[in-house]
Design a binder for this molecule. Structure first.
Ligand code: ADP
Length: 259
């Protein structure tokens, strides 16, 4: 018959326990690394605009104030830097709320087509600067009723649509597609802008990841937009994906539950 070997069972348990501990320690180490990297990123992002403001103010105080042209020029630059700090702090607040895990989505029923029209109107001034046209794809120009947190989904669409402008070409277009799936509505934001190289796609939704740092900054980017977008969609138990071809354009697509 079969002879039971209690020692080897115990040994197995101990080995399993040791393995679990190692996994846990590895995870803690990783968290600690993420935390350090995140803090480093935040202070780095804050440093630049704060040093700039400091520089402008000191130069003004040291006599540049007497020249009205320089005056306006420096104040405009200082204002831009304060806008950057404000945007960063706002995005950090969103990230920390979303990552705390305590945030519940306030579900309501609304028309995603209407919401998009609203957002197109509010971003019209930004699009006009680059002569970018907004539009709906065929079939998307009708009500599509979803159940989701409207203000968070507004945040998602504002991020994706303003990215399509920032990384779009002058004279380009941003199109919104709406598709009826079985249980969900698929929402796609497409541009015919600069596109993204395949090697960068896996890192796109990481906090502070940017393909081109200076292009992101000059467009007022914090590098947190897509991380926030992903958090919000996942908090709805839905998915987001992206496809892109350099020089041709980019499409971000996410799903929401049909009402
Ligand atoms: P940012 O504030 O830099 O725009 P995001 O998190 O919104 O930060 O986006 C991260 C990076 O992804 C951007 O810096 C840009 O390189 C790239 N990206 C996002 N959207 C697009 C797009 N529609 N076309 C091309 N690149 C994009």
């Amino acid at each position: 018959g079969i002879i039971e070997d209690p020692i080897s069972e115990v040994t197995k348990d101990v080995l399993k326990w040791a393995e679990d501990q190692t996994v846990e320690i590895e995870q803690l180490k990783k968290n600690e690394e993420f935390r350090k990297e995140f803090l480093g990123n935040v202070s780095h992002e804050l440093k630049t605009p704060i040093f700039n403001i400091q520089g402008y103010i000191h130069t003004l105080l040291e006599g540049a104030m007497d020249d009205p042209d320089i005056n306006i020029h420096f104040l405009t630059k200082a204002a831009k830097s304060t806008d950057r700090i404000a945007a960063l702090v706002e995005d950090l607040e969103s990230i920390s709320q979303l990552e705390s895990g305590y945030l519940t989505m306030e579900m309501e029923t609304f028309d995603i087509h209407d919401l998009t029209k609203d957002i197109f109107d509010s971003l019209e001034f930004m699009a006009r600067e680059k002569q970018i046209e907004f539009g709906f794809k065929a079939g998307a120009d009708a009500p599509f009723i979803v159940e989701a947190d409207k203000s968070r989904i507004r945040q998602v669409l504002v991020n994706l649509i303003s990215n399509s402008i920032k990384y779009g070409n002058t004279g380009g277009r941003t199109l919104l597609g709406l598709y009826d799936m079985d249980e969900n509505i698929l929402i796609e934001v497409s541009d015919n802008g600069i596109g993204i190289e395949a090697e960068h796609i896996p890192r796109l939704f990481e906090r502070f990841f940017r393909v081109d740092r200076s292009r992101s900054r000059s467009g007022g980017g914090t590098g947190l937009g897509l991380a926030i977008v992903k958090h919000i969609i996942e908090a709805h138990n839905q998915t987001i994906n992206v496809r892109s071809s350099p020089g041709i354009g980019t499409t971000f697509g996410f799903t929401l539950k049909k009402a």
